[in-house]
Structures are given as structure tokens and as C-alpha cells.
Write a protein that binds this ligand. Structure first.
Ligand code: HEM
Length: 305
């Protein structure tokens, strides 16, 4: 039985810290491996009751160098999507993603400092941002984010590479930083905002029948293919300050294809003449695909040579 990284599924953290690193082609891989081993063991030695959780994930190019024999289905860099109305999902593919989350800002921050000390000089810190829980798990638009997320066993099924496939117990990951235009969104009446999202604002009830617009966010992301619901497991959180803010979109999936389908439907390039109204109110400014390997694969790849 393979063991996924447990922190993927630990819920309810009020504080998040995201670190994205680039690793040059000339990097000292042996030293980098040692630093990652230390980073991973630091996470394990954090006292269990301190509540700092860590997920580590790798971009396709670095993972291919770390695990040259692996043959992961469809694991390739995030590709830019050029959408309708001049909107786009840019590609900023990076090499290492560290997601720390916990109950306390100070402890989560200490975790991020520890990781940075270990990786400094071996990998270039390209993105460094904190996320937070906003009210009762709402996005900054004021809508609850995560209502339709699969739970328990269904979450594991949505997020993890299944038995019999290379990378079993790992999870593919999509991260995207979105910058919101809350001024533009707040001009809309509450009913109109609900039509953009596809759920009611106070209590997150899904709109039904004729009340659900075909271009709502829910209509564009709740997708079935050959009768199979393309579920993903979302762990996004708001980030930012008064001037610039938005959502750090972070989601796990058993298959990168699911993200691809949802993004193409959002950006109006799925061929059905529709796009997601939400992209008028928020702009993606980064995008990477990652693999969060199982603990078994981490132990195998980072075992002392
Ligand atoms: C500005 C960025 C985004 C915001 C503010 C946002 C917000 C929301 C909100 C408020 C909901 C409804 C409540 C819920 O079920 O969680 C939702 C649902 C959902 N979102 Fe997003 N989202 C964003 C980007 C994305 C992206 C990039 C994807 C996929 C690549 C995505 C996939 C989904 C899915 C799968 C659902 C559930 C649909 C269902 O089955 O009902 N979202 N999102």
C-alpha cells in the first residue's frame, strides 16, 4: 500500500506559505538531493502537535532528472493558454513547490524560513507568498471556496494516481496565482455575482436548472467525460494585501488531463463557444504543473546513494 503525502489532505489550516523554486541545468544535483532530504526530515521532526504540515512537489524537468526511470503518464510542463477576450493563463513552470500550512502564522513562517535556509544557493526562490483563510473559507470575492470538493475517500480518489499506474500514490498538482479585480466584481449585484460563480453567496447553494448560467464558473468546471466526473481536490487560499490580492489556486488530481479540460473550458478554447465569466474578474499570472510524489517514491528517490 503506497502512502501519499499526508499534508495534502490535512484540512482547516488558517495559514499557508507557498515557495516555488527554479533549479538551473548546471545545479549540483547531489547537493540539491541532500538539501531536499534535510528539508523533508525537517518536516518530519517538527513536533506533531505544532501543526505545521508540508507538501513537496516537483516540476516535470527536475523530476525527470531526479527519477530518470519513471514514466509518468502525460507529465509535462504547463502550457500557456491564450483565451477569449484577451485573457490568458500564462506558463511560469518552475521546479520545486513547497506548500506549508498550519494553525499559526509564526510556526508556518518558521517552517518556510527553514526550507529557504536548506535550499538557498542550490535553488533560486522565484515565488514566496503567504495565504490565509478568509472568514468561513471564502475566496476574496466573498463566495465559499471548496463546497463541491470531494471528501475523505472521494478526495483521495480524485487526487491520487491509482494502483497499477507509474507514480501510484502520488498526486499531480496545478498551481496558479490569480489577481482579482474586486472593484469590477463588487459593481455587480449579488444576484449577478451568483450567476458568475453558479452558487448563492451567503450559503453556497448551487444554482439549479434555468437559474444556472452556462457560463458560470461551476458550469465550466463541473465536467463529465464518458460519464466520469472529472473531479479534482482543491486546496486554494486567498493571498495578498489591500493593493494586490487574489487566489493562489492549488489543486491535486490523479491525472493532469482533468486540469487541462477545466482550464480550456474556463478560457473559452474548448470548442463549445462558451467561457467562464469569472475570467473577466480575475487574471491568472502564473501557472505550473507538479508531481507531489508518494512518501514511498520520495524515500526511494532520496535514499542515500
Ligand atoms: C480566480 C480563480 C478562482 C476562483 C475565485 C474560484 C472560486 C470557486 C468557487 C467560489 C467555487 C464554488 C464553490 C466550490 O464548490 O468550491 C468554485 C468551484 C470550482 N472550481 Fe474554482 N475558482 C477559481 C479557479 C479555478 C480553476 C483555475 C479551476 C480548475 C482548473 C477551478 C475548478 C473548480 C472546480 C472543479 C469547482 C467545483 C465545480 C463543481 O463540481 O461544482 N477553479 N471555484
Amino acid at each position: 500500500m503506497t502512502r501519499p503525502q499526508p499534508a495534502i489532505f490535512i484540512d482547516g489550516s488558517a495559514h499557508h506559505h507557498y515557495l516555488e523554486y527554479n533549479v538551473g541545468t548546471g545545479a549540483d544535483m547531489a547537493a540539491l538531493k541532500r538539501a531536499i532530504v534535510k528539508t523533508l526530515s525537517a518536516a518530519e521532526t517538527v513536533p506533531a502537535d505544532s501543526g505545521v504540515n508540508m507538501v513537496v512537489a516537483f516540476g516535470p524537468a527536475l523530476w525527470a532528472r531526479l527519477d530518470p526511470g519513471g514514466d509518468l503518464k502525460g507529465f509535462s510542463p504547463f502550457q500557456r493558454i491564450s483565451g477569449v477576450d484577451g485573457r490568458e493563463a500564462p506558463a511560469t513552470q518552475r521546479d520545486i513547490l513547497i506548500w506549508l500550512h498550519g494553525a499559526r502564522l509564526d510556526e508556518t513562517f518558521d517552517g518556510a524560513l527553514t526550507v529557504q535556509r536548506r535550499l538557498a544557493g542550490l535553488a533560486e526562490l522565484a515565488f514566496d507568498e503567504r495565504g490565509f483563510t478568509y472568514h468561513d473559507s471564502r475566496d476574496l470575492t466573498g463566495f465559499v471556496d471548496g463546497s463541491a470538493n470531494p471528501k475523505d475517500e472521494a478526495a483521495r480518489e480524485a487526487a491520487l494516481i491509482p494502483d497499477g499506474q507509474p507514480g501510484v500514490g502520488g498526486a499531480f498538482v496545478l498551481t496558479q496565482r490569480w489577481v482579482h479585480d474586486l472593484d469590477a466584481f463588487s459593481v455587480l449585484s449579488e444576484t449577478e455575482q451568483e450567476r458568475v460563480i453558479g452558487r448563492t453567496k451567503p450559503d453556497s447553494v448551487e444554482l439549479e436548472g434555468d437559474a444556472m448560467p452556462p457560463d458560470s464558473h461551476v458550469s465550466r468546471t463541473d465536467v463529465k467525460e464518458d460519464g466520469v466526473a472529472l473531479k479534482i481536490y482543491r486546496r486554494s487560499a486567498p493571498y495578498g494585501l489591500a493593493g494586490e490580492h487574489g487566489l493562489y489556486f492549488l489543486a491535486f488530481s490523479c491525472d493532469l488531463h482533468r486540469f487541462d479540460v477545466q482550464l480550456k473550458r474556463m478560457f473559452g478554447v474548448a470548442g463549445d463557444g462558451q467561457h467562464d465569466r469569472l475570467i473577466a474578474f480575475s487574471q491568472a499570472v502564473s501557472g505550473s504543473y507538479w508531481l507531489a510524489p508518494s512518501l514511498d517514491d520520495l524515500e526511494r528517490v532520496f535514499a542515500a546513494d
